[in-house]
Design a protein around this ligand. Structure first.
Ligand code: SF4
Length: 359
């Protein structure tokens, strides 16, 4: 049971399912329903994720013909970084994560890779779009509009039509023997079917393109592509009718370690707190405060009791967790790291806390 209570927002029906979010929706509908309604994040987004968004924005700007040359590309990157940092500065969960250049791992490498990915389009995209050989950011959807999204690039070559999806994150999954992520395969197959539905012809090749310029060709079967889109429509209809029927929020949650790890709504998710265990789950703890004190290094040490289980957390910054200076009886901390002693945990850059007073 979570001590953090999200205001009782009613769940709103989805307006559309995008191929880029369909796998995530299958993994946990609640997370996507909350995200589609733009609920405020309760945990910080990682600096690396910010960089991924910036890299994709750079690509979009190049596709749109707004980046004429090297200088334009570099100033666009700087502007996007500044905009992200400005938003992060106003977000108490993320303001300690700026500047991104210091906090995002391999910032410089990712910046160079993003430039390498975008550079060909400084010279080419205007020319090829004018000759009709490539189309960028092509909107495709089902006839009823329930499933839709933008294809990064459709390229017409002598070998036929290629759909290209640019990825700023890792395309292969180290936990799956380095195989291409299933989510990405599903996504591009949905784009193939949506392209057929919208344009009346099938692509000949599906390509995932990484930041490192490596191309991954995805084999596909037309019937399978259409059946994924059909399943997505059924999923859309089923979810929306259950939301409109007013079913409990928990019905839509499917907690699992790998799904919840990247969810920014964990603090408010009752299903997550009810089921989470030790192995593989994020290191989040909550409980009644047994002891709270400032150590010699100026950082808080907090001892929590959760139904007889004791957790000790050290190194908590009073500047970051200002609620610790108040009179609180319960606390929750997410994104901790194990400390040297069993049952002890410590703060990380991504640690976020909440406190309450039920006395
Ligand atoms: S915490 Fe887990 S179960 Fe809850 S909404 Fe997020 S992903 Fe779903």
């Amino acid at each position: 049971m979570s001590i953090f209570v999200l205001p009782p927002y009613p769940l709103k029906p989805l307006s559309r399912i995008s191929p880029s979010r369909y796998s995530a929706l299958c993994a946990c509908a609640l997370k996507e329903i909350w995200a589609s309604d733009r609920h405020l994040s309760l945990l910080p987004v990682s600096p690396s994720a910010h960089l991924g968004v910036i890299a994709h924005k750079l690509l979009e700007m190049a596709f749109a013909g707004h980046l004429a040359d090297e200088d334009g590309m570099q100033s666009c990157w700087e502007k996007e970084v500044q905009q992200h940092e400005s938003a992060m500065r106003n977000n108490p969960l993320e303001r300690h994560l700026i500047p991104l250049a210091s906090h995002a791992s391999n910032y410089r490498v990712k910046q160079i890779m993003a430039y390498n990915m975008v550079r060909p389009f400084l010279r080419e995209v205007g020319r090829v779009t004018k000759t009709g050989k490539s189309v960028v950011e092509l909107w495709v959807q089902t006839e009823d509009g329930k499933i839709g999204g933008k294809i990064d690039m459709v390229k017409h070559t002598n070998e036929g039509i290629s759909i290209i999806d640019y990825k700023t994150g890792m395309i292969t999954d180290p936990n799956q023997n380095g195989h291409i992520k299933e989510d990405y395969k599903t996504q591009i197959k949905m784009y193939a079917a949506l392209y057929f539905i919208t344009c009346g012809k099938w692509p000949d090749k599906l390509v995932l393109m990484g930041l490192n310029q490596r191309e991954y060709t995805i084999p596909f079967d037309k019937e399978v592509c259409l059946s994924i889109v059909k399943s997505a429509i059924d999923h859309f209809d089923g979810l929306n009718s259950r939301i409109e029927y007013g079913l409990d929020t928990e019905i839509f949650a499917t907690p699992a370690p790998e799904t919840c790890r990247y969810c920014v709504y964990r603090p408010a998710c009752k299903s997550y707190w009810a089921i989470r265990g030790q192995n593989g789950w994020p290191l989040d703890f909550e409980g009644v405060i047994i002891e709270k004190k400032v150590l010699g290094n100026g950082l808080f040490k907090v001892e929590l009791d959760n139904e007889g289980e004791t957790t000790v957390i050290r190194g908590l910054s009073p500047d970051k967790h200002t609620f610790l200076n108040n009179d609180i009886s319960e606390a929750m901390f997410c994104n901790l790291a194990t400390d040297t002693v069993n049952g002890y945990y410590k703060e990380t850059l991504m640690t976020t806390g909440y406190g309450s007073n039920e006395k």
